[in-house]
Design a protein around this ligand. Structure first.
Ligand SMILES: C[S@@+](CC[C@H](N)C(=O)[O-])C[C@H]1O[C@@H](n2cnc3c(N)ncnc32)[C@H](O)[C@@H]1O
Length: 230
């Protein structure tokens, strides 16, 4: 992967960034996403935020090698602290981190969001916790997808702040739109998850003592997944 050829995962994220966006890519690593979008003329400006020094320097290098220093600001910052009001950001991407980490970044930095930004989120696990945060903060999920790459199931969640929204526990777990669409990639992901969870529950049941919260959550989720798959 580089700024010319994105992974399939980041290619799908790129497709969900609105044309002419002013993008903040937080946890940008090499800044491949904003640089690829700028090379294609798809975005007007970008901020690439990184909390760690080595990826920050890699992002600076990618931006410099492509001559975009005037249009992509590379900032060493924790989460949304990379964004300044003067940036007039219209889209924020947070990709390739755990859903809980993305949630914590959004929570810690929510005063920096004006509410008009589209959030394009690609969590690696922890999706339910992230959807919970979106619901609690008035964000409606406007697009969701599952894709498989390198034997890993990735989810992409796009959200916009619209005001109060209520999702059921099952919608938070599976994704409200994915529950409706039930794409082949989504059903395949949950078929694999079901086998994994059954193995986990069998192991937990063999452990001595009173079954804990973990076992009852796993049993609950197995019931939901079994119903989903019919
Ligand atoms: C696995 S990489 C993903 C890179 C790229 N976004 C992608 O999807 O390919 C995660 C990056 O997020 C950065 N990161 C983690 N926590 C962060 C935070 N609080 N603020 C900014 N960057 C963070 C890490 O340093 C790392 O470079």
């Amino acid at each position: 992967m580089n700024e010319h050829t994105l992974s399939r995962r980041l290619e799908r994220v790129a497709a969900l960034v609105p044309d002419n966006a002013r993008l903040a890519d937080i946890g940008s690593d090499h800044a491949y996403l904003p640089v690829a979008l700028m090379r294609r003329g798809r975005i007007a400006a970008a901020v690439a935020g990184e909390v760690a020094a080595t990826p920050f320097r890699a992002a600076e290098r990618t931006v410099r090698d492509n001559g975009f220093e005037e249009r992509i600001g590379v900032r060493l910052a924790d989460g949304l602290a990379a964004i300044e009001p003067v940036d007039r950001i219209t889209a924020v991407s947070l990709c390739g981190m755990g859903g809980e980490t993305i949630r914590d970044i959004l929570e810690a930095g929510k005063v920096r969001l004006h509410g008009g930004e589209r959030l394009i989120l690609q969590p690696n696990g922890g999706e339910a916790a992230l959807r919970h945060w979106l619901m609690d903060n008035g964000y409606r999920i406007v697009h969701e997808e599952v894709l498989r790459e390198n034997r890993f199931d990735y989810e992409i969640i796009v959200a916009e702040r619209t005001g109060p929204v209520v999702y059921s526990p099952e919608e938070l777990y599976f994704g409200p739109l994915q529950l409706q669409v039930r794409s082949p990639a989504f059903l395949d992901k949950w078929q694999r998850a079901l086998s994994r969870k059954r193995r986990t529950l069998a192991q937990l049941s063999q452990a001595r003592g009173v079954p804990g919260q973990n076992a009852s959550d796993t049993a609950l989720h197995i019931g939901w997944i079994s119903r989903l798959l019919g």
